[in-house]
Design a protein. Structure first.
Length: 367
């Protein structure tokens, strides 16, 4: 499958979201798409899946069976979970008996078997997401496109989806995905592409790091700050204590990470290295030393929280800690600034879609 000079904009005179995109997607490959919010990741996925047509360029070689899981699942449909899956299975070419059998199988695998006869509108957000993922796997697609498909799933269902992705790749399918958790299938990707400045470029791995242009992204998803890494021993202690200025190397930045999460019931006790945490309704904001961010992410995910955004930055002067009231989902401004690696909605980048089949070839005309 190939994208050649593909561009997309919304409206005849609107700005180009993406342009001159060239991608090769061979069979049997796992491809991760990265980028800050609002750069066009979801737009790229919709083009790959055939949900949107390119304004210029062309897409060829798309498999006949293509499945897509949007960031938001349109659950307000007059069908039960099982009825919806059978309907989608028939559209994708399965006979009625096979569609019913596979619908039941995938609902059971994702822990939603008891909701087969539940109306879609009555399902919880998590169960709706299980149905959205199940519909994409019913017909064993040759192209599987996942836009934050793990968001809203419990730990067991996320693990099941991980394995389903591996199985599809092993069977020769192409899987293209975006996920906010940098540990998701880390090291298993055949290629990683970064969406930035209206274009898409290959990100190469070097000694365990993800390299994009002149910058580096650690496996944790946080950008390297400056040209030198700060040793954990040189960082101020979290909590009430603060290191003396003499304990910090002069002119060396102090990296931090800000994590916004939602959907959890209890805040994990003793978050590793967390300097500040703030609870605002159903959203939790945690500011932590960058060296401890992986441990905090793991603790939150294990406790059932869903990560909304992950921002990074540095305080080159060793100034005051960031406070939770400056945050919002997707990251807020703070002293020292920061590069956003969140995958929350960006303007013009996210729209709802009802999953379905797509044609084999999409030809674009210049808008």
């Amino acid at each position: 499958m190939r994208l050649e000079g593909v561009g997309r904009r919304y409206g005849l005179r609107g700005p180009w979201v993406l342009r001159a995109v060239r991608l090769d997607l061979p069979a049997g490959t796992l491809v991760r798409i990265t980028g800050a919010n609002g750069t066009g990741k979801s737009t790229l996925l919709r083009l790959v899946a055939g949900i949107d047509a390119p304004g210029e360029g062309r897409i060829t070689g798309r498999p006949a069976r293509t499945a897509y899981v949007p960031e938001r699942f349109p659950a307000a449909l007059p069908l039960t979970a099982g009825g919806y899956l059978v309907h989608l299975g028939r559209i994708q070419g399965l006979d009625g008996r096979t569609a019913r059998a596979r619908a039941g199988e995938w609902l059971e695998r994702f822990g939603a078997g008891d909701h087969r006869d539940t109306p879609l509108a009555a399902l919880s957000k998590g169960t709706s997401q299980k149905v959205a993922v199940a519909q994409a796997l019913l017909a064993e697609p040759g192209l599987l496109v996942l836009d934050e498909a793990w968001t809203g799933l419990d730990t067991t269902a996320r693990t099941e989806l991980d394995q389903a992705v591996r199985d599809r790749v092993a069977a020769g399918a192409r899987v293209v995905f975006v996920d906010h958790d940098p540990r998701r299938l880390a090291g298993e990707e055949d290629a990683v592409y970064a969406v930035t400045s209206g274009g898409v470029r290959r990100a190469e791995r070097t000694s365990g790091l993800l390299s994009v242009g002149q910058g580096r992204v650690e496996p944790s998803g946080l950008a390297s700050v400056g040209r030198e890494q700060v040793e954990p021993s040189a960082l101020p202690s979290a909590g009430r204590g603060r290191a003396e200025p003499s304990a910090l190397p002069p002119a060396r930045p102090r990296p931090w990470a800000r994590i916004a999460a939602s959907g959890g019931a209890e805040v994990p006790a003793g978050l590793p290295g967390a300097g500040v945490s703030a609870r605002d309704g159903g959203r939790l904001t945690v500011t932590v030393e960058a060296a401890r961010s992986d441990a905090v992410l793991r603790a939150l995910l294990d406790a059932g929280w869903h990560i909304e955004s992950l921002d990074s930055g540095s305080d080159s002067t060793g100034g005051s800690d960031s406070t939770g009231d400056s945050d919002s989902a997707g990251g807020g401004d703070s002293a020292g600034g920061g590069d956003s690696y969140s995958d929350s909605q960006g303007a013009g980048d996210r729209t709802d879609a009802t999953p379905g089949t797509t044609p084999d070839t999409t030809e674009g005309v210049r808008a």
